[in-house]
Design a protein. Structure first.
Lengths: 494, 39
């Protein structure tokens, strides 16, 4: 891979004596080491607990696993997405290697994302190896602090850690339009707006090579974007229909403006403050401005309902590169990464607490699987109760069942996405209930059936009255275990 | 050559001192908050 060479410039501001660093340099070094240790600890703990921290993670893992076993990835049902979210095919496929290698399991499904995070850090460190020490440390500090501030999204099983890796790979091969094009195509396949993360890289390529770089870049990006749609069971038409449905009808709200602004400001500061000192060469200042422009454009995407500040994550390698180039000697410029550590402290505290809280949840999923195994595959599903905790446990149990031959038939998470576009997705499943196509439902014990609400959006009921009436009319509780009530068909399923 | 106004000079020095103190407070506070998570 070709790389734009990093000049061995003396960087007065960044001159570092490794034996006698200044107090400020020692603080930055200490920040880097501490943040790295905290991120490693959090990632390690997440990798050692068999539940998820986010309710969409399981949906992604199930989609990929069922696709690998013959299901359609973007199946539509009555014109609506059956289970798929707005992510491209690679988002579903990226978690598969760990499970194909180690066998189906929740921990195995987390392996790819954790390795993607590690590879992003490794690739950036490798790229910075020839740079002056202090600018390289400043760049690495922003990279690690940004990932820690946006944890656990920096290692969750969704698209973002993989996009960050592709951006880091594009930076490492930034002189080659072919390599950059490949990275852009793959990233856009993960998420349709991912080209925004590459704008500074493409801008710099354009300033160096002009329009000559465009044909090969565009051709490679298009080829790698479309390639996964050639695989069986992945329909481009259905993907675009899903995308149009779930994005097109989504009304903008102001709910996410404050967190997106706060994260955006904290991520911009380490580039903005050195930029204001005007000490770097013009080419590097232009790169910094391009990185900040991308940040602003991504802020617009991140403030959409259902999005959030984690959309900044794949831009962090670009910001780290800008930070390395612009490293300056003013105290504000040197310490500008530290505010991110307040975010890192809060998110890490929350994630570690959630890991402890959810450590017992896998036992619920294990109990559900044991109950499912009493019936033939394809006839059992997990239902929902009436609160957020049991909803999240149900999502986890659905993963456990789907990975072991009992695929989900109904999914509450997709209903939340559809609700944001004013679509009631639960009605299409009423015939499943009246015909008892699922002969056994496992519902949280002692809770009202299917009374769960859309906790992450408008708090409305996920399953409407007609669905719930159909359920109680056609099913009756037959037994209870420690955590589940078993409901079976109350009539002859003809 | 005109001489700098001593009041303006001391104001600038004060501003620089406050700016430096602010960043040291942010850096130390952030490190402390992060360390508390794992300690």
């Amino acid at each position: 891979m070709q790389s734009i060479p990093i000049p061995d410039e003396p960087a007065v501001a960044g001159r570092l004596s490794l034996t006698r660093p200044s107090l400020r340099q020692a603080m930055v070094g200490l920040g880097l080491v501490l943040t790295g240790a905290v991120l490693a600890l959090e990632c390690w703990r997440n990798l050692h607990f068999d539940a998820y921290l986010d309710h969409i993670e399981g949906n992604i893992v199930i989609g990929g696993w069922l696709w690998a076993h013959g299901a359609q990835l973007y199946a539509l049902q009555d014109g609506l997405a059956q289970f798929a979210n707005i992510y491209g095919p690679l988002a579903y496929l990226a978690d598969l290697p760990g499970m194909l290698l180690l066998g189906p399991g929740i921990i195995a499904s987390k392996l790819s994302a954790a390795l993607a995070l590690l590879a992003t850090i490794g690739l950036t460190a490798f790229r910075f190896r020839r740079a002056a020490p202090m600018p390289a440390i400043q760049g690495m500090f922003l990279l690690i602090a940004g990932f820690a501030a946006l944890s656990p999204m920096s290692f969750w099983t969704r698209a973002d850690p993989f996009e960050a890796l592709l951006v880091a790979a594009a930076l490492a091969s930034a002189a080659s339009p072919i390599c950059v094009g490949v990275c852009i195509g793959l990233a856009v396949n993960f998420k349709i707006h991912a080209f925004l993360y590459f704008l500074p890289i493409v801008f710099e390529l354009w300033t160096r090579r002009g329009w000559r770089a465009a044909p090969s870049l565009i051709a490679c990006a298009a080829a790698t974007f479309f390639a996964p749609f050639l695989l069986p069971g992945i329909s481009l038409h259905d993907y675009l229909a899903t995308l149009a449905q779930q994005i097109g009808g989504r009304a903008r709200t102001t709910e996410l403006l404050a967190p997106v602004f706060a994260y955006g400001a904290a991520l911009a500061l380490p580039v903005l403050l050195p930029l204001c000192r005007r000490k770097a060469p013009a080419v590097d200042r232009r790169y910094g401005i391009a990185a900040l422009t991308s940040l602003v454009l991504i802020a617009y995407v991140a403030s959409n309902p259902g999005a959030g500040p984690y959309h900044f994550l794949p831009l962090i390698p670009v910001l780290a590169e800008a930070r390395r180039r612009l490293a300056s000697d003013g105290i504000g410029a040197q310490f500008a990464t530290f505010p991110l550590l307040f975010f890192a402290a809060a998110t890490t505290h929350l994630a570690l607490a959630q890991i402890e809280e959810r450590r017992s949840w896998h036992a619920y999923a294990g109990e559900a699987l044991a109950l499912a195994r009493q019936a033939p595959p394809g006839t059992v599903d997990i239902g929902y109760g009436d609160n957020q905790r049991s909803y999240e446990i149900a999502q986890l149990a659905k993963v456990e069942l789907s990975l072991h031959g009992y695929p989900r038939r109904v999914d509450g998470q997709i209903l939340m996405e559809l609700r944001t576009t004013h679509v009631d997705g639960s009605r299409r499943w009423i015939p499943d209930l009246t015909e008892c196509r699922t002969s056994r439902w496992l519902l949280p014990r002692g809770e009202e059936p299917f009374a769960v609400r859309s906790y992450f959006y408008d708090d409305g009921l996920l399953f409407d009255d007609a669905f719930r009436a159909a359920f109680v009319a056609n099913y009756r509780p037959v037994a209870s275990t420690a955590h589940f009530t078993i409901w079976e068909c109350g009539h002859d399923p003809g | 050559m005109t001489r700098a106004d001593p009041a303006a000079v001391s104001l600038r020095a004060l501003g620089r001192l406050a700016w430096t103190a602010l960043w040291w407070a942010i850096a130390l506070g952030a490190l402390w908050q992060l360390a508390r998570v794992v300690l």
